[in-house]
Design a protein around this ligand. Structure first.
Ligand code: PLP
Length: 382
C-alpha cells in the first residue's frame, strides 16, 4: 500500500504505532529469553499475522489463541504451533481436527475428567489425536481445577488412558492479577500463579504422569514476576499494545501504548446536565471504543479513554471521553482547548481495554508518526 497521511483516514479508525509495538514485543521477548523461558504470546488482542511475526521473533514461533477462528487464521498465515487456551467441548473438535489433519500442532485445554472422556470418544470418531493441557485455577476462579485436588489426577488419568488424546501438561492464567491494587500485589499473584502450575506439574509427575508443558501468563504477571522458575513457557498478550488498564496497574507508561482510535471532533456542544461539563463531541462512541470502563478502577478519570494529540500522541490537558452513546463520544476536561480542536479536527483516543476496542475493527492502520505506512487485517469473530 502507498503511504497516506493520518489526516486523510476516515474516522473512527484503529491506529497501531509500529515503533511502540516493536519496542513492546522486543522487551517481552528479551524478558522471556533472559529468564530462560519460552514465549508463547497470546494473540487474542492483536489477531494479526504481522503482529504475531513481531511477537514471536527470536522465540520458537508458537502462539496462544482464544478462538478457533484465530487458530484457522494463524495456521493459514504459516504459524503451526498453536495452543487454543479456552476449555474445548466435543462439538468444536471437528474444526480442530481439520487443522490437525492439515499439519497444525494444535494443543487443547480441559478442566474436567468427564469432558476428557467425551473428547476422547469424539476424537477417536474423527480419527485424530489431540494434545491436551489440564487447566489449573491459580486464583482467578474462571475455569480450571486446583493444583493439589483429586480433580487434576482424575483428568490426567482420563487423558493418559484415552485412545485419541495425549496429556501434554498444565496451564494457568492469573486473570485475577487485574484486581491487584499495587505492583507488590501483582508480584505476589505472579508467584501464586507460578507456584500453582509448577506444583501441579510436580504433583502429576509424582503420580507417574508425563508433564512436558508448564504454562502460565498474563500481562501484569509477565511484566512484574520475580521468577519464572519451573515454567516452560509464558503467554502474555496485551503487552504488545498495552492500554489504560495496564497503565493504571503499573505495567506500562503512557508512551508505551501502541493502540489508539483516531476520531474527529463533530460538535462543540454547550454544557448539558446529561453530559456534565462536556464541550466536545467526537465520532467515536461506545462501538468505536467499547463500553469497558474497568481501567477506571485503577486510574480514576480514565472514562472511556484519554484524548491525545493525533500526531505526537501527547495527552491534551486532562481531556477524556466521559460518556458514550453508540456513535458519539462526549469529551470532558478542566479546560477545553476549543481553538486547538475545532469541529473537523482529529484527535486520538487511548483506549481502556485494547482487546475490546480492537475487536470492533476489521483492520489496523499502522502508523509512523503522522504517516500511515501499512494496513494489517485482523481475524475477528469465532
Ligand atoms: N492466557 C489465557 C488463558 C488468557 O485467557 C489470557 C487473557 O485473557 C492470556 C493468557 C493473556 O493475558 P493478558 O490478556 O493479561 O495479556
Amino acid at each position: 500500500m502507498s503511504e497516506a497521511a493520518l489526516a486523510d483516514l476516515a474516522t473512527p479508525a484503529l491506529l497501531l504505532d509500529r515503533a511502540r509495538l516493536e519496542k513492546n514485543t522486543r522487551a517481552m521477548a528479551a524478558r522471556a529469553t533472559g529468564a530462560g523461558v519460552r514465549l508463547r504470546p497470546h494473540l487474542k488482542t492483536a489477531k494479526s499475522a504481522e503482529v504475531a511475526r513481531l511477537a514471536t521473533a527470536g522465540h520458537f514461533g508458537g502462539i496462544t489463541v482464544s478462538t478457533l477462528a484465530e487458530a484457522e487464521y494463524f495456521w493459514g498465515h504459516g504459524i503451526s504451533d498453536i495452543t487454543y487456551a479456552v476449555c474445548i467441548v466435543p462439538d468444536k473438535l471437528e474444526r480442530a481436527a481439520a487443522l490437525v489433519r492439515r499439519g497444525a500442532r494444535l494443543t487443547l485445554l480441559t478442566d474436567s475428567a468427564e469432558v476428557a472422556g467425551r473428547l476422547d470418544a469424539r476424537a477417536a470418531e474423527l480419527g485424530v489425536r489431540f494434545s491436551v493441557l489440564i487447566e489449573i485455577d491459580s486464583g482467578e476462579h474462571r475455569t480450571g481445577v486446583g493444583w493439589d485436588g483429586p480433580a487434576v489426577i482424575a483428568i490426567a488419568r482420563a487423558l493418559d488412558s484415552a485412545r485419541a488424546l495425549d496429556l501434554q501438561g498444565v496451564l494457568t492464567h492469573a486473570g485475577h492479577s487485574y484486581a491487584c491494587t499495587s505492583v507488590a500485589e501483582i508480584k505476589r499473584v505472579a508467584e501464586d500463579e507460578r507456584l500453582a502450575v509448577v506444583s501441579a506439574a510436580s504433583h502429576l509427575r509424582d503420580a507417574g504422569f508425563v508433564c512436558a508443558t508448564v504454562s502460565a501468563g498474563s500481562t501484569p504477571t509477565a511484566v512484574h514476576a520475580e521468577s519464572f522458575a519451573g515454567l516452560t513457557e509464558i503467554r502474555p498478550g496485551v503487552y504488545m499494545f498495552f492500554d489504560l488498564a495496564q497503565l493504571g496497574r503499573g505495567s506500562c507508561e503512557l508512551g508505551d501504548i501502541a493502540l489508539t482510535v483516531l476520531a474527529t471532533v463533530i460538535s462543540h456542544h454547550p454544557p448539558s446536565s446529561r453530559a456534565g461539563r462536556s464541550r466536545l463531541v467526537i465520532d467515536a462512541g461506545g462501538l468505536a471504543l467499547s463500553k469497558d470502563t474497568s481501567a477506571g478502577d485503577h486510574l480514576p478519570g480514565a472514562g472511556y479513554g484519554w484524548i491525545v494529540d493525533p500526531c505526537t500522541a501527547e495527552r491534551i490537558g486532562d481531556l477524556r471521553v466521559a460518556l458514550v452513546d453508540q456513535e458519539h463520544g462526549y469529551v470532558d476536561g478542566t479546560a477545553i482547548p476549543r481553538g486547538r480542536l475545532p469541529v473537523g479536527a482529529k484527535v486520538r483516543v487511548v483506549p481502556n481495554h485494547a482487546c475490546m476496542t480492537a475487536a470492533q475493527y476489521p483492520r489496523y492502520a499502522v502508523v509512523d508518526g503522522d504517516r500511515v505506512i501499512a494496513r494489517w487485517e485482523r481475524a475477528n469473530g469465532w
